[in-house]
Design a protein around this ligand. Structure first.
Ligand SMILES: [Zn+2]
Length: 152
């Protein structure tokens, strides 16, 4: 980290503290040459995208909402926290790879469903029904039938 005052390359950290619930670390640095003090901020890179809802309203992507939906779907299922963490990680990675600023909420929902299908079929059905991705009760039942006898 170059000193902003004299461009000297050697600076030492004199203080470090977390802010914003631990997502940002503020470091107080001191230049070893001119002794000037300055601050740097280190932030966890968060996945950011604008979600366009079905009715056209837009909102910031909120990991907590996805988490809450998955927690409901995974209620009393084995290894739920690990599975939820993995799914969200994979979904965010896939969405990030698209390099777009806006995404329809439907795309995110479908991606989650895709991952869920492989991970936990019960959670998949619960999530699908909550998010009404089935066009009708009939298609919902068809999906249930498809899963019948698949080891669950
Ligand atoms: Zn300096």
């Amino acid at each position: 980290m170059l000193c902003p005052f004299c461009n000297h390359a050697e600076t030492k950290v004199v203080d470090s503290r977390d802010t914003k619930e631990g997502r940002v670390t503020r470091r107080r640095r001191e230049c070893e040459k001119c002794s000037a003090r300055f601050s740097t901020y280190e932030e966890v890179e968060m996945f950011r995208v604008t979600v366009v809802k079905k009715d056209g309203r837009k909102e910031e992507y909120d990991r907590k909402k996805i988490e809450a939906g998955l927690e409901r779907a995974f209620e009393k299922r084995p290894n739920a926290p690990e599975k939820i963490e993995k799914i969200i990680g994979e979904v965010e990675y896939a969405l990030h790879e698209r390099h777009v600023a806006e995404l329809p909420s439907k795309d995110i929902g479908n991606l989650i469903l895709e991952k869920l299908k492989d991970v936990d079929e019960v959670a998949y059905i619960r999530f699908a029904s909550v998010y009404k991705s089935f066009g009708s009760a009939k298609s919902f039942l068809r999906a249930l039938e498809k899963l019948d006898g698949s080891g669950e």
